[in-house]
Design a protein around this ligand. Sequence first.
Ligand code: RIB
Ligand code: CA
Length: 315
Amino acid sequence: MSDKPKLIIDCDPGQDDAINLIMALAGDEFDILGITTVAGNVGLKKVTRNARLICELTGYERAMIFAGASKPLKLPLATAEFIHGKEGLDGIEIFEPALPIVSMEASDFIVEALSAANEKSITLVVTGPMTNIARALQKVPNIVGAIKEIVLMGGAFREGGNMTPSAEFNIYVDPHAAQIVFDCAAPKIVFGLDVTYQVLTGADVIERIEAIDNPVAKAALGILKSYERTDTARFNDQVAPLHDPCTMAYLLKPEIFKLKACNIQVEVDAELTRGHTAVDFWNRTELPKNSLWAYEADRDMFFDLLIDRLKLYGS
Ligand code: RIB
Ligand code: CA
């Protein structure tokens, strides 16, 4: 029985999800029980193909990949081809991976894995709409006891939204699922736009990656060079905020980030502000602090880590 930290990675690859997977799979620090996919950046078929493709590209042949929800709990699916491209992985050559998927549905896998696990023994890394996690919690609520922590990308407080003026994409797509997750008893470490907009790539990062001579680093370079076209207007430069890689960066080197205990609620009904995260950073409401909100990141430490992870594929 491995005593490495146990992870389930739930994602919607997606260019930044892909970088996050590449960071996770570079070393052998973790016992990755499964990778589950959810419709988000692009439809379920493509995000699942992309997860298989990244695992194959990194040589992670023993990947257990489970397809999950094709749409949110209650709302129609909204996607982000305008950022990630029609195939969801602009910047690299798309191929049909040989790596198969496991026939079990993702939320059923999450239930099964957590039901068989010890108390607080599995970390959920969640980098897309939280539909799979919410469905698992709805099916068997007491699986929550087996969750060590949920490390998720989503939300915004000081920053505005990136899908609407007030909502970040992952929460916007499935606000009902997000509220179920924020309300659950498991510890949550939340990386919203406030902190992901502090880890912007740039010419300095691109140059450092260009100097790494292995195929996975080259793939990451292609992805980063084509990523986040919509945000160049926001940042007046050719940059990409590395949203999802904040989750693996936290698990690998938590000192990169500063966190604060806060209550986080989600707007689920309002037309104008659906998906808004009310992050009670100044404890105005006295509501229980259901999350640790990341509010600061050390950019240099973050990108040093990314470079180190990419170099591991050449050793
Ligand atoms: O808002 C950024 C998030 O939405 C990231 O997870 C990105 O992959 C998209 O899913
Ligand atoms: Ca994502």
